[in-house]
Design a binder for this molecule. Structure first.
Ligand SMILES: C[S@@+](CC[C@H](N)C(=O)[O-])C[C@H]1O[C@@H](n2cnc3c(N)ncnc32)[C@H](O)[C@@H]1O
Length: 244
């Protein structure tokens, strides 16, 4: 076993190229073979890289959210994952919203998980989520507002993600997270023909909300579909001037 210092040095440029090529390779294999739909959590399909699920687990354990809001349910595997981790730590509930969540849709059942049908930006749904967060805040022992974590994985076009960020970010407490998924599209480095998507939405959002910053530690595994998409709220009021 060689010492770590025996490994050949890789400069920053080479490292960036390797990561980019690796993300292209994994995404191409996933899309060409349909393997994207073959990741499962407890038997339910989840469209996630395992490293991003690992990161969600770390954030849940660290932040102990009272409420996790997921936009974009698909088959429910990612929502079930979030509920499972909440169950393991004995805290938290999950709301997963999807325009395709109809009453007859087959979705996993879990006591900590509630599915909602409709658009994530529908004013009634947004009001319901905000009301639930307020309720959970009132039931906290410390009387603080609820700890909420939000994962955006629905319609990935720029305007929709931007609207979701504007809509749900006010729920995030200092130190908490809102995550814009699939920042890799539109040539970042995948799917160049996608058009403006989550990466562009995040960039626009950050120009208006300096109380949020990208937490690069959340993508330290490099294999992620959400590079630059893990946004952490700083301990600042909205629009406060801060040093970069
Ligand atoms: C990428 S899938 C979600 C994947 C799921 N989170 C997982 O990891 O397994 C995107 C989902 O967003 C839903 N969707 C599209 N537009 C939406 C909207 N405006 N509001 C809520 N859901 C939407 C689609 O029906 C689709 O099921």
């Amino acid at each position: 076993m060689p010492e770590v210092s025996d490994h050949p040095a890789i400069d920053a440029e080479a490292e960036a190229r390797i990561i980019r090529d690796f993300l292209r390779l994994t995404f191409r294999r996933f899309t060409e073979t349909g393997d994207t739909y073959r990741s499962h959590w407890l038997g339910v399909p989840a469209i996630k890289y395992p490293t991003d699920l690992m990161m969600y687990q770390e954030l849940i354990v660290r932040r102990r959210p009272d409420l996790i809001v997921e936009t974009g349910t698909h088959r429910g595997g990612s929502a079930l994952f979030l509920a499972t981790i909440c169950e393991l730590i004995g805290h938290g509930a999950v709301i997963s919203i999807d325009i395709g969540n109809t009453p007859d849709k087959q979705l996993p059942q879990h006591p900590r998980l509630r599915f909602v049908g409709g658009s994530s930006t529908d004013p009634d749904i947004v009001a319901m989520v905000h009301a639930r967060a307020a309720e959970l805040g009132q039931s906290r022992d410390d009387g603080a507002v609820a700890e909420v974590m939000v994962i955006l994985d629905s319609d990935h076009r720029l305007l929709h993600v931007f609207e979701e960020l504007e809509t749900y970010a006010p729920l995030i407490r200092p130190g908490g997270y809102i995550i814009a998924e699939d920042t890799h599209v539109n040539g970042r480095p995948n799917w160049p023909e996608y058009g403006p998507g989550p990466g562009e939405a995040v960039a626009l959002f950050l120009t208006r909300h300096r109380e949020f910053q990208v937490d690069h530690a959340c993508t330290r595994f490099a294999m992620t579909l959400n590079a630059g998409g893990y946004l952490r709220r700083r301990a600042l009021e909205p629009n406060t001037a801060v040093d970069a």
